[in-house]
Design a protein. Structure first.
Ligand code: NAP
Length: 234
């Protein structure tokens, strides 16, 4: 494979594993993150705040100038700022929506023209099972991740006739910095997972890799939960 792949949030956790997956199969990967860090095998890494539309557009422009049309975008960058809704500040709400939802939209909007022109492309949004299972303290996060699902489905219909697929991967409990300090919530979540264990970033990366591959060329507008069975039936 020699795809041009852009991964947001490539510096750590799930995004790092996704970037590494594509690097390992010989793709040209451009990693975007706030810190500008990315796996060493990336063709390029760029420091970008995904909640800033101008920064995102500029980074994608540089990436296209250097590596040609984007074959795959993985909109993965995300944060949590948990708290009970009645005590949640405007800033807590806005920061999570800005990065998780606005950032996903800005990233997708920036790559679509090159994909449509090439009549080829795959956009994969990393959402969460949070909006489907209802985690207390995550009103902002769940709203942002539900928004990503709506964004993906609407976009999927807009570009389906142009050879571009749009899908959502919804991780369950995955071991990363994001879930390192969730305390008792971890045990509560583990009790809800039929497989009885948390997942690893590589478990998400392999499913993203499938969705970006020719094997998934007839799959669009779908949500694939990767969660050890936690959300089954929802
Ligand atoms: P993580 O380890 O905390 O990594 C988050 C990544 O997002 C980092 O690379 C970070 O870059 C980047 N990022 C954060 N804010 C950014 C911004 N404003 N602009 C650009 N990059 C930004 O989190 P993770 O667990 O890998 O999560 C990755 C995605 O999976 C997120 O969308 C998350 O909501 C989703 N998810 C995770 C889980 C889980 O259990 N871990 C479950 C469901 C969904 P810097 O380090 O440079 O700041």
């Amino acid at each position: 494979m020699n795809q041009h792949v852009i991964v947001t949030g490539a510096s750590r956790g799930i995004g790092h594993a996704i970037a590494q997956h594509f690097i390992d199969q010989g793709d040209r990967v451009v990693g975007l993150s706030r810190s500008g860090e990315a796996p060493s095998g990336c063709a390029k890494s760029i420091a970008v705040d995904v909640s800033n539309s101008e920064e995102v557009a500029a980074a994608v422009k540089v990436s296209i100038e250097e590596f040609g049309p984007v074959d795959t975008l993985v909109a993965n960058a995300g944060i949590t700022k948990d708290g009970l809704a009645m005590r949640m500040s405007d800033e807590q709400w806005r920061d999570v929506l800005s990065i998780n939802l606005d950032g996903s939209f800005y990233s997708a909007r920036a790559v679509i023209p090159s994909m449509i022109k090439a009549r080829n492309g795959s956009i994969i949004f990393i959402s969460s099972i949070s909006p489907f299972v209802g985690n207390p303290g995550q009103a902002n996060y769940a709203a942002s991740k539900a928004g990503v699902v709506g964004l993906a489905r609407s976009l999927a219909t807009e570009v389906a006739g142009r050879g571009v697929t749009v899908n959502v991967v919804a991780p369950g409990l995955i071991d990363t910095d994001m879930t390192a300090d969730i305390g008792a919530a971890r045990d509560a979540m583990l009790a809800m997972i039929p497989m009885g264990k948390s997942g690893q970033p590589e478990d998400i990366a392999s499913v993203v890799g499938f969705l970006a591959s020719n094997s998934a060329r007839y799959v669009t507008g779908q949500i694939i939960a990767v969660d050890g069975g936690m959300s089954m039936g929802l």
